[in-house]
Structures are given as C-alpha cells and as structure tokens.
Design a protein around this ligand. Structure first.
Ligand SMILES: Cc1cc2nc3c(=O)[nH]c(=O)nc-3n(C[C@H](O)[C@H](O)[C@H](O)COP(=O)(O)O)c2cc1C
Length: 196
C-alpha cells in the first residue's frame, strides 16, 4: 500500500461514533499519549501551537459529566430547561474511555488572528480523529451542551480570548461502522482555474 492509499482509507473510513455506541473498554494511556503527540504536529501560523487538551478518564470523566449537567442547570432559564438534556449531559461519557476537551488557547502573539488560532486548533482535533481511526479507536467530536458557553470556559479556567473547540469522546465500539454520507459531490466544491 502506498502512503496515499493508507491515508485515503484512514480519512474516508473515519466515522463519528457516539459514546452510547462505545463499549467501556479503556484506551491505554501510552496510546492516547501517542495520539495527542500527533495533534501537536498540526500546522500553526508563527509556531503559536494554540492548543491545549484536558483529558478525563474513569471517575474524572463521570465527574465532568456531572459538572457539565450542573453547569447546564445553572445557565438555563427555568422555562427553557429540558430534563432530557440534563440527563444526556450527565451520562454522555458513560461508555467512553476518555474525554479530551480540545481548547484553543491563545498565546502571546496578538498578530495572529483568532480565526487562525481556531483553525490551527481544529486541525489538531482532526489529527486526533484520524490517529484514532488508524488505531482502531472510535471518536465523537461534539460541540453540544456548554461547549461554546462562557460557563465552560470558566470551569476550565480559560481566558476570555480562548475557546473550546470540541468535546472529543474516545473509546472502542463493537458496532460495525455505518456508511459515510456526503451531501454534495466534491466537484461541486471545486472551482478550477487552469490555463487561459
Ligand atoms: C465542529 C464539529 C462539531 C460537531 N458537533 C456535533 C455535535 O454536537 N453533535 C453531533 O451529533 N455531531 C457533531 N459533529 C459530528 C458530525 O455530526 C459528523 O461529523 C457528521 O455527521 C458526519 O459524520 P462522519 O463524521 O461520520 O463523517 C460535529 C462535527 C464537527 C466537525
């Protein structure tokens, strides 16, 4: 297999797997360290490396779920409160091995705009998802719950200029992968300018 064939299958076969489809098996710490080390190779403008990963496992993962649900209670008006959402956030990590909260943490270089720092951190997240795929690990990039809420930033002790990029639930699954779905064809997404 060529490198191109290998990376093609890793990219095309990666599927979102929700934590409810995970089986509770643990990812070895060393393997997760290797995966996060690959995230660190994402491209970054001016070497700002604007990512940080909060890793939750076992009791800490369940505690994060409880805290996330509690934050939802705190920030939601009574008339908008949905007990099903509370339960979902509470139990989100139950079958996952790890939760990686991927964060864009701005460094000391104000010349690099927010969007570029966010883009670099997003690229780091994609490295994680692809590395997981290559390692037989299921992944779910969630932006649900309080991902974009200041309350979660405060919980994580982030600065106002930082951002949570995603809640990455990782684990193993026994469920066969579902077929990938793309709505448009790639031809619709490309405007070629070739020659005159
Ligand atoms: C930035 C981002 C945020 C996402 N947030 C959610 C989410 O909150 N809930 C969800 O069900 N899926 C979420 N997804 C996963 C997408 O739903 C999923 O990637 C899409 O359905 C395509 O499926 P695939 O990843 O298997 O190709 C998110 C994906 C991205 C890139």
């Amino acid at each position: 297999m060529t490198h191109f064939n290998i990376i093609s299958s890793i990219i095309q076969e990666r599927r979102t797997v929700k934590p409810v489809q995970m089986n509770g098996k643990s990812i070895p710490r060393e393997q997760l360290e290797q995966i996060l080390a690959l995230a660190h190779w994402a491209p970054t403008h001016a070497h700002t490396e604007p990512w940080h990963f909060f890793v939750y496992h076992q009791a800490s993962l369940q505690q994060f779920g409880a805290d996330h649900a509690q934050l939802y209670n705190l920030v939601t008006l009574p008339e908008q409160h949905n007990p099903a959402t509370f339960q979902k956030l509470l139990n989100m990590g139950v079958n996952a091995s790890h939760l990686v909260v991927a964060v864009m943490k701005r460094g000391a270089n104000p010349k690099i705009p927010f969007v570029e720092e966010y883009a670099a951190a997003s690229a780091a997240v994609e490295h994680i998802l692809l590395a997981c795929q290559a390692a037989g690990i299921a992944s779910f990039w969630s932006t649900g719950g309080l991902t974009h809420h200041n309350a979660l930033k405060q919980y994580l002790q982030l600065q106002p200029e930082d951002a949570v990029v995603g809640l990455l639930y990782l684990g193993y699954t026994d469920t066969p992968p579902k077929a990938g779905k793309r709505v448009a064809s790639i031809q619709q997404k490309i405007t070629w300018h070739e020659g005159s």
